[in-house]
Write a protein that binds this ligand. Structure first.
Ligand code: C2E
Ligand code: MG
Ligand code: MG
Length: 300
């Protein structure tokens, strides 16, 4: 959960104007971000993803984190667009990719089955050079290509669909997987699903949030799950926060979930420890999923 302080800070930034002097605060934050990226002072947290049937952790999503020396946490929803604006997203994204691959490859060396690693890719990274960066990173860190998934938002894909299709094909030829992030929120045409080489759809968290009380949202979620099954594309539902949501998804045959109910984004060591314990065992005292939980909801 974002702290009140952080939210206030973001609001101040986002509503800033030249008149109230916040422009200089923003410029100063941009300078600090440039310095933080250059000095590699960012961090990466990992949010576990779970297989619904077996209850095992099946993957992690790498999420960039930035904490100011004062202890103030800046949300990625603030500093990622900022990095894009000031042309620092390339070095930032390359660093996150390298660090995340290094961490997850390290888990594999300690025995046990290593989870898949999902890394977010900005629209500015969808270009000819990124394939070389992926290739080099995999070789340096030793992560198996099949363990890496690149998450691209629907809107980033649609911003330049031709280039995106070509790049995704090139990256997939390296052996990595491609996921459409925040699926259902971009101004997309279903046409691109037929053309894009995609391995997984990540249904945006707004759907999990609404599906328990909004019939039409429930219909959309079930339809997307069916679409994935028919197309042979995995579907993960993001933002699962409640038992009700989880129980409905289980009933509808959803295969993969991610959300605060199961695990929040965590520092590397904690994420690894959490992943090793099936969620059913870990959360049993507070959460016993059963179909009765869905009674009265839009589950028909
Ligand atoms: P995303 O890729 O869709 O990542 C999921 C976001 O949802 C994360 O927010 C995560 O903390 C949050 N989340 C996960 N489960 C729940 C839940 O149950 N409820 C709610 N309310 N939220 C949940 P976070 O870490 O703040 O990241 C926000 C966005 O920033 C990401 O959305 C992604 O678009 C972007 N981002 C983060 N790290 C990177 C990065 O390294 N590179 C790029 N290009 N973008 C990044
Ligand atoms: Mg993502
Ligand atoms: Mg997402």
């Amino acid at each position: 959960m974002e702290s009140k302080r952080q939210v206030q800070f973001e609001q101040k930034l986002l509503t800033s104007s030249v008149e109230d002097g916040c422009e200089s605060a923003q410029i100063s934050l941009e300078a600090r971000l440039t310095a933080a990226v250059t000095r590699r002072e960012l961090d990466v947290h990992f949010q576990p993803q779970y297989d619904v049937d077996c209850g095992q952790g099946c993957g992690v999503e790498a999420l960039a984190r930035w904490t100011l020396p004062s202890g103030e946490e800046i949300s990625p929803t603030v500093f990622i667009p900022m990095a894009e604006r000031i042309a620092m997203i390339g070095p930032l994204g390359t660093w996150v990719l390298g660090r995340a691959c290094e961490v997850v490859a390290g888990w594999g060396k300690c025995g046990g089955q290593a989870p898949t690693l999902s890394v977010n890719v900005s629209t500015h990274q969808i270009n000819d050079h990124f394939g070389d960066i992926i290739d080099r990173t995999l070789r340096i860190t030793g992560l198996a290509p099949a363990q890496l998934e690149l998450e691209i938002t629907e809107s980033a894909l649609m911003a330049n669909a031709e280039v995106a299709v070509a790049c995704c094909e090139e990256w997939r030829a390296l052996g990595v997987h491609i996921a459409v992030d925040d699926f259902g929120t971009g101004y997309s045409s279903l046409n691109y699903l037929a053309r894009l080489p995609v391995d997984r759809l990540k249904l945006d968290k707004s759907f999990a949030e609404r599906m328990t009380f909004d019939r039409k949202t429930a219909v959309i979620v079930r339809s997307v799950l069916a679409l994935g099954r028919e197309m042979g594309v995995a579907v993960l539902v993001e933002g699962v926060e409640t038992e009700q949501q989880f129980a409905l998804l289980e009933r509808w045959g959803c295969q993969q979930v991610q959300g605060f109910l199961l695990a929040k984004p965590l520092p590397a060591a904690e994420a690894r420890a959490v992943l090793r314990i099936p969620w059913g065992t870990r959360l049993a005292p507070i959460f016993k999923p059963n179909r009765a939980t869905t009674r009265g909801l839009y589950a028909a």
